[in-house]
Design a binder for this molecule. Sequence first.
Ligand code: ZN
Length: 162
Amino acid sequence: MSEPELSAGELGHLARCVQLAGEALEAGHAPFGSVLVSGAGEVLAEDHNRTGDGDPTAHPEIALARWAAAHLTVDERAAATVFTSGEHCAMCAAAHAWVGLGRIVYATSTAQLLRWRAEDGVAPGPVQPLPIHTIAPRVTVEGPVAQFTAPMRALHARHSGR
Ligand SMILES: [Zn+2]
């Protein structure tokens, strides 16, 4: 897969996602972070994983989809982009598509995460690790972006206790 061509601003949004993933890990959650950006490039909302509080569905991508459903018009949702540290899981990809959000840009892919978890001896999760396009075929998806591989690998290694 070729590296997506992203602007400095878009790379900045991905860097913020990685920072949020680090904040999640520090707070006892899994290392994932996401940012919702309007069609005009304005940051509308951001969140990080909160599964450490006991709700395994507390992923940032579904939280942002629900925020968008509550706060944005249909057109605003379609024009918005979700930047995220790791490719959406099946649950979050479905929420993204149901809410009618626009493009997704991810720093690291589900395929990378699966490889890292296997390397770290982490058991597979209970949900099929399907790519976004299998769940949401009409969403424009870009990623992974190589410069974020090393920092995200390090966060996941720490999360796995390595
Ligand atoms: Zn998810």
